[in-house]
Design a protein around this ligand. Structure first.
Ligand code: CA
Length: 378
């Protein structure tokens, strides 16, 4: 089997209501899908997290190197691409582009052997994954104490047993909002907070001390990703587990985070940190360091499916316990017109639980009509 063509699809959709996290407002959702064709008629799909036009440019520049290559050589092709770009792209959009290509190659591999990707990655440790609701963003109008409490209670009513709140706006306001959301969801539902690295270590520790009493599942990206010393300071000052890693790349990048004990929970994005090939390696490393692995997920159904294939094979966080702590799926509940529309069968949750797709490859089929509706090139 040989690769015959590689396409980069830039997708865009306007939102009905803008929403904000600590560093920006969103009024549009974008996505970048990679489509790889073969001479056997098999097509693989992948997704890149990151700025769509930039990752598309990376994929289009890599594409000629892959024509006539055997798509089943996932590890070897990863190494070839990485080695050719090593001097210029050890992190960031280059690795994000490589990630989408790698995921598409795994989709082809699974389809070639007629099995889901998780079977080729080592076999399913679980068939379904507990999802947590990512939402609770800021809106243009209204009282955040009120609308965030209502939104959080809605997720609990849907069956979610954990929710994640955006913080990083102002320490006092964050503490008030955290308290309101905790009161709205009750003591039995897990509550995580995510600052998207809006704070320095001083402010992050101040916030952490104010919200420790609300039983916080983890404090995500308290400080900028480059500030490993800041991560360590926050981690040693607080009893809340510290999470991060959606802005880190490859096993080489995570080696630094793990060896410096900066994190309790690693969150590589499968569509950014190096694809399925690399994230399996990062997951094995995180286990060796005793660090929990809960992937960051922010994309369309392709990204969700790829994340689920990896989640299926991850070890439990407490492997010898009778009540293991299982890895969680990040399930984005914000408006995303593209997310499920491009799948012929959407990946949905039931009572906060998502089944791992068990069809060949990623286990999804792309709805081409929907795809072209969002494709900026038609
Ligand atoms: Ca995050």
């Amino acid at each position: 089997m040989k690769i015959t063509n590689i396409r980069a699809h830039i997708l865009e959709a306007k939102l009905s209501q803008p929403f904000a996290y600590s560093r920006a407002w969103y009024d549009t959702r974008t996505a970048m899908l990679v489509e790889i064709e073969t001479d056997a008629g098999l097509i693989g799909w992948g997704e890149c997290y990151g700025p769509a036009r930039m990752t598309a440019a990376v994929v289009r520049n890599i594409a000629p190197w892959l024509i006539a290559e055997d798509p089943l050589r996932t590890d070897a092709l990863w190494q070839t691409i990485y080695a050719r770009l090593r001097d210029h792209g050890q992190k960031g959009v280059v690795i994000q582009g490589l990630s989408g290509i790698d995921i598409a190659l795994w989709d082809i591999k699974g389809k070639h052997f007629g099995v889901p990707v998780h079977q080729l990655l080592g076999g399913a440790a679980r068939r379904e994954v507990q999802a947590y609701a990512t939402g609770l963003y800021r809106r243009k109008s209204g009282d955040p104490l009120k609308y965030l409490s209502e939104e959080a209670a809605g997720y609990v009513a849907e069956g979610f047993r954990s929710v994640k709140l955006k913080v990083g706006f102002d320490v006092a306001e964050d503490a008030a909002v955290t308290r309101a959301v905790r009161e709205a969801i009750g003591p039995a539902v897990a509550l995580m907070v995510d600052a998207n690295h809006a704070y320095d270590a001083v402010a992050a520790i101040r916030l952490g001390r104010l919200i420790e009493r609300y039983d916080i599942g983890w404090f995500e990206e308290p400080v900028p990703p480059e500030d490993i010393a800041g991560y360590r300071a926050v981690k040693s000052a607080l009893t809340i587990p510290i999470a991060g890693g959606e802005c880190e790349f490859t096993r080489f990048g995570f080696r630094e985070l793990f060896a410096s004990h900066a994190l309790d929970i690693a969150q590589p994005d499968t569509c950014a940190a190096g694809g399925l090939t690399e994230c399996k390696k990062i997951a094995d490393m995180s286990e060796a360091f005793g660090i929990r692995y809960n992937p960051h997920v922010w994309g369309t159904g392709v990204a969700i499916a790829a994340s689920l294939q990896l989640l299926a094979v991850l070890p439990s966080h407490t492997p010898t316990s009778l009540a293991p702590v299982e890895p969680l799926l990040e399930f984005d509940r914000t408006e995303h017109p593209i997310r499920q529309a491009i799948l012929t069968r959407p990946i949905e949750h039931e009572n906060g639980i998502v089944r791992v797709p068990d069809g060949p490859g990623l286990g999804i089929e792309i709805d081409r009509k929907a795809l072209s509706r969002f494709d900026v090139n038609g």
